[in-house]
Ligand binder design. Structure first.
Ligand SMILES: Cc1ncc(COP(=O)(O)O)c(C=O)c1O
Length: 380
């Protein structure tokens, strides 16, 4: 099986692997996968290399067309090509959005736990961060939005709502009804909705993504959607992402803020994005089946230990482990000492949780889980 192939990433400048360079620690932290990208993407990149000329590159028409067709086909979101704004990454885009759509001192709201740049972007721009905790359901069947808390947290100076959809790290895919209510909330309080949908093509099992692009027009005109093929097709190093901003004045505000800071993006990014969207679907389906197998393995193994609680996840290859039941001062460090490198929930605004990236060959995952079991059974 293609995803079983173990590829040595040492010496490739891998952020994920070099963090534990020279140590016997397997990395399960940052969100990239240890898989090769689809063969069709590799072929497109080789072809682009063989052209041999790598000058400044504007978005190729064929890539723009592939993105428009993909959004329509995959997410029922019909766009006009001029709604697209390209970016080398969504992190800079989140930061620019805070600057473009809020003034100094204005509020930016988001759920916690949250992908860390959602929590740092407002402060970097001297905007106020307002957080609303997602609530684990009493029966542990998932996560809920506390609508009353949303209402009591929002202020007259709040301008922007940052949504990670599906949600990193809890893996929640917001339902059509929840998304509609978030949209209505933004409309009521005059907020711009920034929906980061980078994980939207990584739905596991029966779950289906509902794009913010399908929200009613009065909400869509105050919505910006952040997208990238990078998570699904493992292309983060190609630095190619894009925003869909339907409203012209919002688009211009964003572009003004990006002026002189974001220039042309990497030409290999366009080639990879286009090939992934045009030809990557069969590979993506195989990937999802493999990730489901990995997710089940994590739940099966760690589910045996009462110190860890796991709630169902709809999407992503990131498991959010509730380790508050572990009798250790620092669970992240305890697992690291056993040779397992995880992300600490503190960075996501939720102490007592760890994030485990299972986007890796099953043999590596099994080795990591065995190491975790050694730690867990030492406290049993
Ligand atoms: C919700 C979310 N947004 C953005 C990113 C990063 O995007 P980029 O690599 O395009 O900056 C990640 C990466 O894990 C993510 O989970």
């Amino acid at each position: 099986m293609e995803f079983d192939k173990e590829i040595n990433r040492h010496g490739t400048g891998s952020l994920k692997w070099d963090r534990f360079k020279g140590m016997d620690v397997l990395p399960f932290w940052v969100a990239d996968m240890d898989f090769e990208s689809p063969p069709e993407v590799l072929a497109a990149l080789r072809e682009r290399v063989s052209h041999g000329v790598f000058g400044y590159t504007i978005p190729p028409e064929s890539t723009v067309c592939a993105v428009c067709e993909y959004l329509e086909r995959q997410h029922g979101f019909t766009i006009s090509p001029d709604w697209l704004v390209w970016s080398p990454g969504l992190v800079p885009s989140l930061n620019l959005a805070c600057r473009a759509f809020a003034e100094k001192g204005d509020g930016v709201m988001t759920f916690v736990p949250s992908y860390p740049p959602f929590l740092t972007a407002p402060g970097y721009a001297e905007r106020e961060l307002l957080t609303v905790p997602l609530l684990p359901r009493a029966d542990d069947s998932g996560w809920e939005i506390d609508w009353d808390l949303m209402e009591s947290t929002v202020t007259p100076r709040t301008r922007l709502f940052l949504l990670s959809h599906p949600q990193n790290p809890v893996g929640k895919a917001f339902s059509k009804a929840e998304l509609a209510q978030i949209g209505a909330f933004c409309l009521k309080h005059n907020l711009i909705l920034c929906s980061d949908e980078i994980h939207c093509d990584l739905q596991l099992g029966e779950s289906r993504h509902v794009s913010a692009g399908t929200l009613p027009s009065e909400v869509l005109k105050r919505t910006i959607i952040l997208m990238s093929p990078s998570k699904t097709y493992n292309l983060a190093g190609l630095a190619c992402a894009y925003l869909v901003i339907p409203d012209e004045s919002l688009r211009n505000r964003y572009k003004r803020e990006a002026r002189g800071i974001i220039t042309e993006i990497n030409l290999f990014g366009y080639a990879g994005c286009e090939a992934a969207y045009r030809f990557g679907e069969a590979w993506r389906q195989r990937l999802l089946a493999y990730l489901e197998g990995n997710r089940n393995r994590v739940y099966q193994v760690l589910g045996r230990y009462s110190q860890i609680r796991l709630r169902p996840m709809d999407a992503t290859y990131l498991a959010w482990l509730d380790v508050r039941g572990m009798d250790v001062a620092d669970a992240c460090l305890a697992f690291e000492k056993r040779g397992v490198g995880l992300s600490d929930g503190v960075q996501f605004g939720q102490r007592g949780f760890l994030r485990l990236n299972f986007g890796c060959p099953r043999a590596m995952l099994d080795e990591g889980l065995q190491r975790m079991e050694r730690e867990l059974s030492s406290h049993a």
